[in-house]
Design a protein around this ligand. Structure first.
Ligand SMILES: *[C@@H]1O[C@H](CO)[C@@H](O)[C@H](O)[C@H]1NC(C)=O
Ligand SMILES: *[C@@H]1O[C@H](CO)[C@@H](O)[C@H](O)[C@H]1NC(C)=O
Ligand SMILES: CC(=O)N[C@H]1CO[C@H](CO)[C@@H](O)[C@@H]1O
Length: 797
């Protein structure tokens, strides 16, 4: 593993080059240590506080790499506590803080090695004892099955689950080890198989889907796997496929063990429903070694992990012993307390316990696929969308959400279907992430507000429950698709530009001071102080891409020069700061806040704008600019996505036309609403009838002058925000499938380079387009000479 600072560690962790939860924590700790040494070993910091601040910032970034990996959070907390303590010491210096953190990282590594040895030994003993008590151990030793990779490549030494297998072998008690391939990333066939062969253990590789047959043939005595994260009741998140093995083990009466250091336990999570599950790139399923193997256009669901309920787990093997399951629960917290690893629960004055917080909202509970049905059946007005409550058993519930943030359930029954979306109280380990629960309210209020102005493009909200942070809304059935992947697959949607223009014009006009009086307007702004989400946007769009933020990534080394150039770009920094000021200070209308091709569900004839949780009062140009950016992104990415057999010329031409059409209809419709409101005698406070009405002296002419000024001022900001959005999608933390689906790195880099150069023009040389969107798309087309050739030689199509 190649570590050269948090940046590299972050990339490696994100790309799963560093696998296994303990390894991630150690890689992160060591990466920070190496980074500190490289930076001058502490001498670079003028004060202890400076060192502390730098270290905690780096740690925060590292933690964002893998939300499921609790060890990483704990390691980060520990290092940051050490830095804080040292910084507050009398005579603490930048050097002393750095040294303290480096030695703590080193101690963590040593600790892990000791833990792996102990865990292997205790696990082997425990399994032998369990099998003896069931009299199911064959005289020739035990046959173990394991999943994923938990060996010495993944952990700093020896391994967790594989450590148990190794220890059984060392004790002469292993008859055979089976390892699964572990689709889709094949950690089992690539790594575990390698280690088993390397160590000379008798071993066999099986397909994941062969596990049940192997158990049915009575060839497995016990199963042991690792864990990414364990909740207080023993529910365990681990590599996808673990849950399936546990279900099969239960069916066959085979003991099923988790082996994980106690650091993997998150005592603040009451149960597995609070564990966020990351979804991984669809290309892991659709592509093999860069070649597409699945039909283009197919949707992919690729969760990286699953949660095995404690009742299916025989016991959790830790470095302090095995925590056995009793009555369906593994009481992890009591075990931790007994071993002095967790402070006893502190009863608060009113007698409630504070050590396992579930939600700051009284009465909050997370629903699951079963309780979702109950929830709906108890509310006939909702359940009625699905079917009468006595048909409840026939309803099907699918959880389709990106579990990092929200759970999204699709409930279907005899009368129809609906969507239930629930915001979790904590998206990560910590108790201090109020974002999620508030976001349900912002989304509900924004959906209601948008639906008042543009019901035809907003899913209907049936119900909002503040106590459970959930929304129940209209289900958009197939053939509705998320627009972004549909564009990436080469499709066009001729009605889209008009639909989006209509959505933007109606929602933005009617929530602005052009339509509202200032009392209603201030009340509206007050309801949408979406502070946390806005802070996130401020960071990822307006700050990170312009310095070497560790969360950034780009196609490297091809784009290293441009990434570097933006960090030294005086004009770009000036322009992005002016835009950030507008984002923060200009409160023109209630924005959707995240209007891009991933927030749209479309068919040929319909367009729905979803995911309204980013709503806030801000500059109109931000919503419009995001849409422009995303159409241009699809255009530029098309250069890399097309093949000689399937050129994208038509679609790319449509994307450029759509950009022009969207802007033109937006301006026309917005202006129409504006004029109508003044003529109708009910304008907002910015255009009072006294000044602009038909009867007012020079009223209509004044109105026209104000409108011209408004749109002339709007376009440069639209283009500036568009440029900023394109840049962040290539240099920042969050990338998009438009570019990511270009398999060949050189082709991807070429499309990204074109986009970045063009985006910089939008950001910095806005006036070069002469105030016209036509000029913008012409310039975009001209960037790509191949595209222009195609256009001028129509016979090639
Ligand atoms: C109990 O006290 C804690 C802390 O003082 C407080 O946060 C909580 O809301 C209280 N619970 C009830 C039910 O009053
Ligand atoms: C939006 O503004 C237009 C133009 O003033 C007006 O006719 C319409 O009633 C408004 N819609 C809502 C829901 O207020
Ligand atoms: C039981 C045991 O000895 N386990 C191993 C743990 O890891 C260290 C370092 O790789 C090995 O030396 C031990 O053999």
């Amino acid at each position: 593993m190649d570590i050269d600072g948090p940046n590299a560690a972050f990339t490696a962790i994100k790309d799963m080059a560093v696998r296994g939860a303990p390894a991630i924590a150690i890689a992160a700790a060591l990466a920070l240590a190496v980074d500190l040494v490289n930076q001058g070993g502490g001498a670079q910091f003028s004060s202890a506080q400076g060192a502390y601040k730098y270290i905690t910032e780096q740690l925060d970034y590292l933690v964002t790499s893998r939300p499921t990996a609790v060890n990483l959070q704990i390691a980060a907390n520990r290092l940051s506590a050490i830095a804080e303590k040292e910084a507050s010491e009398e005579g603490g210096s930048g050097l002393s803080v750095t040294v303290a953190v480096i030695s703590a990282a080193d101690a963590m590594l040593k600790e892990d090695i000791t833990a792996n040895k102990t865990m292997g030994k205790l696990g082997a003993e425990g399994i032998l004892a369990e099998l003896a008590s069931r009299s199911s151990r064959s005289s020739t030793g035990v046959r173990m099955l394991t999943h994923c990779n938990t060996g010495s490549l993944a952990t700093a030494a020896y391994g967790t689950a594989l450590g148990v297998v190794r220890a059984l072998h060392a004790a002469g008690s292993l008859q055979h080890a089976y390892c699964t391939e572990t689709r889709p990333y094949n950690q089992g066939s690539r790594l575990t198989a390698y280690e088993l062969v390397h160590d000379g253990l008798p071993a066999t590789l099986i397909a994941d889907s062969a596990a049940a047959s192997l158990m049915a043939q009575r060839k497995v005595d016990a199963i042991v796997v690792g864990a990414d994260r364990i909740a207080a009741n023993g529910d365990t998140a681990n590599k996808i496929g673990t849950f399936s093995l546990a279900v099969n083990a239960a069916h066959h009466g085979i003991p099923f063990y988790i082996a994980a250091p106690t650091m993997t336990v998150d005592p603040t999570l009451a149960d597995g429903s609070f564990i966020p599950i990351e979804e991984r790139s669809g290309t892991e399923l659709t592509h093999h070694r860069g070649q597409r193997v699945a039909a283009p256009g197919i949707n992919v669901w690729n969760p990286g992990f699953d949660v095995t309920p404690a009742k299916l787990i025989t016991g959790i093997i830790t470095e302090h012993g095995i925590i056995q399951q009793h009555g369906g629960v593994i009481d992890v917290n009591s075990f931790l307390q007994e071993h002095g690893l967790l402070e006893a629960e502190q009863p608060t004055e009113n007698g409630t316990s504070s050590s396992v917080p579930t939600s700051k909202i009284p009465g909050f509970r997370a629903l699951d696929t079963e309780t979702v049905k109950d929830y709906l059946a108890e509310r006939p007005d909702l359940g009625g969308h699905v079917g009468p409550s006595d048909s409840k058993d026939a309803w099907t519930v699918r959880e389709v959400g990106d579990g990092n943030i929200n759970f999204v359930y699709i409930v279907e029954g005899p009368s129809g279907a609906l969507v239930l979306k629930q915001g979790l109280p904590y998206i990560r380990i910590a108790h201090d992430w109020p974002l999620t629960q508030e976001r349900a309210r912002f989304e509900a209020e924004a959906l209601r507000e948008e639906a008042r102005h543009c019901p035809e493009h907003v899913p209907e909200l049936y119900h909002y429950d503040g106590a459970l942070c959930l929304l129940v809304m209209q289900y958009l059935p197939p053939p509705h698709l998320v627009l972004r992947p549909a564009l990436t697959a080469g499709r066009s949607f001729p009605k889209l530009p008009c639909h989006i223009a209509h959505f933007m014009a109606t929602t933005l006009f009617n929530t602005s001071l052009l339509a509202l009086d200032s009392k209603a307007w201030r009340e509206l702004v007050g309801r949408f102080e979406n502070v946390d989400i806005c802070r996130l946007t401020e960071q990822v769009i307006f700050t990170d891409p312009y310095y070497s933020a560790p969360v950034n990534r780009h196609t490297s080394p091809q784009l290293d020069d441009l990434a570097h150039a933006f960090q030294h770009d005086v004009e770009a920094k000036a322009a992005i700061t002016a835009l950030k000021a507008k984002f923060l200070q200009q409160r023109q209308a209630l924005l959707h806040g995240d209007l891009h091709t991933g927030s749209l569900m479309v068919t040929e004839d319909t367009t729905y704008v979803i995911d309204a949780e980013f709503a806030f009062a801000g500059p109109i140009a931000f919503d419009v600019g995001k849409m422009v950016a995303n159409l241009l992104i699809a255009f530029f990415a098309g250069a890399g996505l097309q093949t000689p057999e399937a050129p994208r010329t038509r679609q790319r031409q449509w994307l450029l036309q759509a950009t022009v059409e969207m802007w033109a209809s937006f301006v026309a419709e917005f202006k129409e609403l504006w004029t109508a409101s003044v003529k109708g005698g009910k304008p907002g406070d910015l255009c009072p009838s006294a000044l602009f009405g038909e009867e007012a002296p020079a009223g209509p002419a004044s109105l026209q002058a104000v409108q011209e000024d408004f749109f002339q001022g709007l376009l440069p900001d639209v283009l500036g925000f568009a440029g900023a959005v394109i840049i962040r999608r290539i240099l920042g933390i969050a990338h998009v499938v438009d570019y990511e689906n270009i398999q060949d790195a050189d082709s991807r880099a070429a499309a990204e380079r074109q986009s970045l150069q063009f985006a910089r023009r939008l950001l910095v040389e806005t006036s070069s387009f002469g105030g016209s969107v036509e000029a913008v798309v012409k310039a975009a087309a001209a960037c790509d000479s191949a595209y222009v050739d195609e256009l001028t030689e129509p016979h090639k199509q």
